[in-house]
Design a protein around this ligand. Structure first.
Ligand SMILES: [Cu+2]
Ligand SMILES: [Zn+2]
Length: 185
């Protein structure tokens, strides 16, 4: 930790120095490419094997949360869907993760629709190596440790099929094939 950051952090505890505290926080909110992810998830198959099939990170950026990482071990060219589900459990072949994260009681929709589930995310297509990358700014969640929109301790679910962004309650996305609990980085 450099000296400036250390000083700012120490000042955060003082009511007389809130400006210094906000400076550190606002640095994290500006999309600074050096800002570290605050949350992460290791995606595993939902079968007993629990093979690692992806890594996804989350960090606050301007206007939302950057969700970025990759899924691996997919059939080349295959399109799968990914959501944030409301319960941080991968038990019962991923079913224990429940429905899509939906703190404002909205319908399932296109991830860019502000009137849709907070946990909705874009479909991902695997390249010739079976790797699908995600790099998406979700404007409806928080990468904070707690709070109404925090996704800490929730779960990513990978589905075998394509999300049609329309069918209720979950886009007719098919079987759950991967799952990862979201934890503090
Ligand atoms: Cu899902
Ligand atoms: Zn949804």
């Amino acid at each position: 930790m450099n000296k400036t950051l250390l000083v700012s952090t120490l000042l955060c505890g003082s009511a007389l120095a809130m400006t210094g505290c906000q400076t550190v926080e606002s640095q994290m909110q500006t999309g600074n490419p050096l800002a570290q992810p605050t949350l992460k998830s290791t995606i595993q198959t939902v079968d007993g094997e629990k093979k690692e099939v992806g890594q996804v990170f989350l960090r606050p950026v301007d206007g939302g949360v950057q969700v970025y990482g990759k899924l691996t071990n997919l059939q080349p060219g295959r399109t799968v869907s990914l959501h944030i589900h409301e319960t941080g459990s991968c038990d019962v072949m991923g079913k224990a993760a429940g429905g899509h994260f939906n703190p404002d009681n909205k319908p399932h929709s296109n991830p860019d629709d502000m009137n849709g589930h907070a946990g909705d995310l874009p479909n991902l297509t695997a390249n010739e190596d079976g790797v699908a990358t995600i790099n998406y700014v979700n404007k409806k969640i928080a990468a904070t440790e707690a709070g109404k929109y925090s996704v800490n301790r929730l779960a990513f679910i990978v589905h075998a099929g394509v999300d049609d962004y329309t069918s209720q309650p979950s886009g007719n996305a098919g079987d759950r094939i991967g799952c990862g609990i979201i934890v503090k980085n």
